[in-house]
Design a protein around this ligand. Sequence first.
Ligand code: FE2
Length: 168
Amino acid sequence: MGAMRVSNKILDGLIKQANRELASSSAYLSMSLWFADREFPGSAKWCRTHADEERGHGLKIFDHITKRRAKGALILPQAAQKFDFENPVDVWKFALENETANSTAIQALFKQSRDEGDYTTENFMQWYLNEQLEEEAAISDILENAKRVLKTNGLYVTFDSQIVAKPH
Ligand SMILES: [Fe+2]
């Protein structure tokens, strides 16, 4: 079959995934505000940059849909996000859970593409699989550091200044 052809089921999955990336972008923006409110500019900056990256991931999927001349892409409404985190560890835990859930969704779409013989989507989604590994690893690293800071009664503010330089 032609490379551009995409089934309704896969198209629906791609649209949902694009929206998941946009929701993830909003979540990181909220985390950024939480850190900014508590005078942790390093963590706020990291989350802000990451919000931009997640938005980019969403747009990349919409561009892919457009390239295949598939119709019906749309922005879905997002649930309001209200965070009442106790401490920075809670924020990073939430971020990691969010990434794990996103990885699961990407894996499901990847499997579906493979099952349908849609190798174009499978190939496209490979980038996302790899990106999820990078993101989970980066956030796990920050989370473990944040936990250690909390356990040893260290100052998160000292660790905060190092976060900007950490990978995404
Ligand atoms: Fe992510």
